[in-house]
Design a protein around this ligand. Structure first.
Ligand code: ARG
Ligand code: ZN
Length: 859
């Protein structure tokens, strides 16, 4: 492989492309092994851009012929693209290339999935289709002709002509190549319509294989709800006459927002009550919304370069989070988002892969579709909204869309829309985009009997390549409670911008005015999780118990319960004694509280993840032992089950949902609470309730929870076999069957279970969903299994990543993040993990994707 394959690309090197593209005409003559692509591209010199040689990207495409203004030319072709002498005036580029969709196992560009031709062009897949300036700042109008005998031929925009063996599509909106899409195959449409607020009718369709039509209703409902919500909330209307979604079974990511032709991993669009869980219904609703919202945040206003990825992803995740909050419960959604951020993004931000929301360099951009760019990016957008307030937020968004519709822009352009709306300088706020690492907010209190003082100090630990950090602008929402349980100071947003801020409250006066005894208040800090930071504040256990009972902020109420269980687990996992009385009592009062939402109660019943405890021990300077962490969690679940058995049984009974299944938030919340209770109760009833639930269940939420409860207590063999017989023809359900076994295996059996499953006839490792169904739970859901002291799981993971790498580098590279915590552990585990990583790195012809990731992890 030539050196430039592994070249680092820098944000600071950005240069505009020296030509504009007026039109792109593509003709596809589809054939699995030898598809011909003819391109006619009208280029025009851009006097405003710096001069540079004419270079078109192109990878794994065989050039057959090229011409400029009809005259044949012979460009210099390398394995990354071509250069060619071109005239200094507008010209027409024509080329014919050949590609092989069937051999394209990397699933980037044009590939075949189960007999269907499909594309994935973000970020740099279009260069695997034909030679082109494959960069997001080159926008052009595309017209596409597809020639094939397949019955359904789709591309972006509007259909303009079709006949036997061909179809033509025209997308009137200039777009970057990464939004190009083409689908061809034997697909069935499930149709609906949506009338926009200005009265235009849009034809909607979800295209699926025969037999999957009954799994489209929820996707269509979600799509219509998203279209309506974006009109109402952001004033954004859809512009084309048609909106198509296609479900494909081999897909690297979750879904893709190609203009007018979204392509989805079938797991994120297909759902029926029998086959999908409540959590999947919620996720599908959110992803459909996410891709639809990209129409404005990403497509009509796109990114200048891939360093700006969070400009579209952080903003669009923020918008889909808002949508889910509005459709369901806002506090529950906020807790779910915080859980994900802390479990996965804090882990990324605290390890060798830490990088800013806007990275400064990359080797392979696919490696930067990260939790930091997406989830932390969304938090940064949320903080901006909190800082500017709701009115300026909407005005700033309007200005951003109005100024930049049809343009490819930067984070600076985004912030300028708000700076200009507010007349406010956002330079310091911008550090959130450039500074990696999770900030710490340490809090000290002072109380002299009259005045209460809070001293907040911020700091951000060093991260790879960034040793010194500057103070950030942090919105900290604070409230104060009187020991009688009432609020003496309601939620106030403190805008922290210095390293240290002191807040002073005249409590004596406040108490007197509210007719209360003067008493030291209890602070409720970072309400609603107002910033993605770690609060360092030593609280007595009693105070957490008090907040769990009284905090008016639902997030912090949940957080207080979490602090209680976290404290117990951190101590016990480190071999210390810990009293769980406050925790058990707190959970019991929450379960009894008839005013609380069942979904919220279910979240309070959840314990911190094992990885969360490992993170916490590491942060406290201790060496986490995954085996001990797992044992502590199991023992605590046993204790809660034992102490609260009658209450759990009552809660379980009261939260059964009668009647036909509906995925709505209220019903889903009840099922989630009942299923939490079931998991705990199974430790007491030998799985009797779970077995009964498995037998009577008429929906996947109930069957899967029952099966999981049984497997977690070492039972469920009969049900597992039954499940397989029942669902062997439904790959999405079988993915769950694979996952569950790895997730619930005893730690010492996890690697053997995963290994055994890879020998199952249905284990098709080239299918990303199936590969992940085994290896993602091994890495994420069963840490004690992954970190089993034998090192078996490390070996197995490395073997499979090495095998997968030449076939699908982006999935292999992503899989290597399983090892990104190696520095936390004892020398035995460290050595075994390093050896596994080194073995991957030493593999001949390792992809640039995996090489970059593993090198960064090793540091
Ligand atoms: N833009 C897509 C989305 O978030 C994801 C594309 C993933 N591409 C990749 N190379 N990882 O909606
Ligand atoms: Zn996205």
């Amino acid at each position: 492989m030539p050196d430039n394959q592994h070249e680092k690309i820098f944000l600071s090197d950005y240069k505009a492309f020296p030509w504009k593209v007026d039109r792109v005409d593509l003709t596809f003559k589809l054939s699995p092994k030898a598809t011909r692509v003819l391109s006619r591209i009208a280029f025009r010199p851009d006097p405003a851009a710096p001069a540079a040689p004419f270079f078109l990207h192109g990878e794994s495409v065989r050039l057959i012929s090229a011409a400029i203004d009809g005259e044949p030319v012979s460009p210099d072709v390398t394995d990354r693209g071509l250069t060619c002498d071109v005239p200094d005036r507008p010209f027409l580029w024509e080329a014919e290339v050949e590609i092989s969709p069937e051999e394209n196992t990397a699933l980037e560009g044009l590939y075949m999935s189960n007999g269907i031709f499909s594309t994935q062009c973000e970020a740099e897949g279009f260069r695997r289709i034909t030679f082109y300036p494959d960069r997001p700042d080159v926008l052009a109008r595309f017209r596409v002709r597809i020639e094939s005998d397949l019955p359904v031929l789709l591309s972006n925009g509007n259909p303009v002509a079709s006949g036997k063996g061909f179809a033509e599509w025209d997308d009137p909106w200039p777009k970057p190549a990464y939004l190009f899409a083409l689908v061809a195959g034997d697909l069935q449409p499930v149709r609906d319509t949506f009338t926009t607020r200005s009265g235009r009718e849009v034809d909607l369709a979800i295209w699926v294989r025969k037999g999957d039509e009954h799994k489209c209703a929820w996707g269509l409902e979600s799509l219509k709800a998203s279209m309506k919500w974006d009109e109402e909330t952001y004033g954004r209307e859809y512009q084309l006459d048609i909106f198509n979604i296609v479900a494909v079974s081999d897909f690297n990511a979750g879904a893709m927002e190609n203009t007018g032709l979204n392509i989805f991993n079938s797991a994120l669009v297909l759902a029926s009550p029998e086959t999908a869980t409540d959590a999947e219904f919620e996720r599908i609703e959110g992803v459909i919304a996410h891709e639809y919202f990209h129409n404005w945040t990403g497509n009509r206003v796109t990114c200048r370069d891939w360093f700006q990825l969070s400009l579209k992803e952080g903003l669009t995740v923020y918008r889909d989070q808002q949508f889910t909050s509005d459709m369901r419960s806002a506090p529950v959604k906020r807790i779910e988002d915080a859980l994900l951020l802390r479990a996965r993004q804090f882990r990324e931000d605290g390890g060798p892969l830490a990088h800013p929301v806007r990275p400064e360099s990359f080797v392979e951009i696919n490696n930067f579709y990260t939790l930091t760019v997406y989830e932390k990016g969304a938090e940064v957008v949320g903080m901006l909204k909190r800082l500017v307030g709701d009115n300026a937020w909407r005005a700033g968004c309007d200005l951003y869309f109005e100024r930049h519709d049809g343009e490819a822009v930067t984070i600076e352009d985004w912030l300028a829309a708000f700076a200009d709306t507010m007349g406010r300088d956002l330079e310091q706020f911008k550090r959130w985009y450039s500074q990696a690492g999770t900030p710490r907010l340490s809090v000290k209190e002072d109380w002299d009997g009259q005045t209460y003082k809070l001293t907040l100090t911020q700091s951000t630990p060093p991260t790879p390549g960034q040793s010194d950090k500057l103070p950030l602008v942090i919105p900290v929402a604070i409230g104060l409670l009187h020991p009688d349980g009432a609020e003496i100071v309601g939620t106030t947003m403190v805008e922290m911008s210095q390293e240290t801020e002191v807040l002073t409250y005249d409590i004596a006066d406040l108490c007197k005015r509210q007719g209360k005894d003067v008493a030291r208040p209890v602070p409720s800090l970072l309400r609603g999780f107002s910033a993605p930071v770690i609060v360092e504040f030593e609280r007595p256990t009693e105070e957490n118990a008090f907040l769990l009972a009284h905090d008016t902020d639902p997030f912090n109420r949940w957080e207080a319960g979490r602090n209680l269980s976290r404290e117990v687990l951190l101590k016990r996992a480190a071999g210390e004694e810990a009293d769980d009385a406050h925790l058990v009592k707190g959970i019991s009062s929450v379960l009894r509280d008839t005013h609380l939402d069942p979904a919220f109660k279910a979240l309070v019943l959840g314990l911190p993840s094992e990885d969360d405890i490992a993170q916490g021990l590491h942060a406290a300077g201790k060496t986490p032992d995954p085996t001990a962490i797992h044992a502590a969690g199991e023992a605590l679940r046993d204790r809660i089950a034992e102490e609260l058995e009658p209450l759990l049984a009552k809660t379980f009974d009261e939260n059964q949902v009668p009647g036909p299944y509906s995925p709505d938030a209220a019903a889903a919340g009840k099922r989630s609470l009942a299923n939490r209770c079931l998991g705990l109760l199974s430790r007491r009833d030998d799985g009797a309730r779970a077995a009964a639930q498995y037998d009577s269940a008429d929906n996947m939420t109930l069957s899967l929870a029952a099966l999981s409860a049984l497997l977690n207590i070492g039972k469920g063999d009969a049900q597992l076999a039954d499940f397989e017989t029942k669902w062997r023809d439904d790959p999405l359900v079988m993915d769950k069957w694979f996952s569950l076994q790895v997730a619930s295996a005893a730690p010492e059996d996890a690697a053997t279970t995963a290994d055994r499953l890879t020998g199952h006839p249905a284990f098709n490792w080239k299918n990303p969903n199936r590969f992940r169904s085994v290896f993602s739970p091994l890495a994420n859901a069963n840490p004690a299994g992954f970190h089993d002291p034998s090192g078996k799981a490390y070996e197995l993971m490395a073997d499979w990543l090495i095998r997968l790498d030449p076939v699908n580098p982006s999935i292999a590279a992503r899989g290597s993040t399983a090892f990104d915590t190696w520095e936390r552990y004892d020398t035995g585990r460290q050595e075994k993990m390093r050896a596994a990583l080194q073995r991957i790195l030493d593999t001949p012809n390792l992809s640039r994707d995996t090489r970059e990731m593993v090198s960064r992890i090793l540091g």
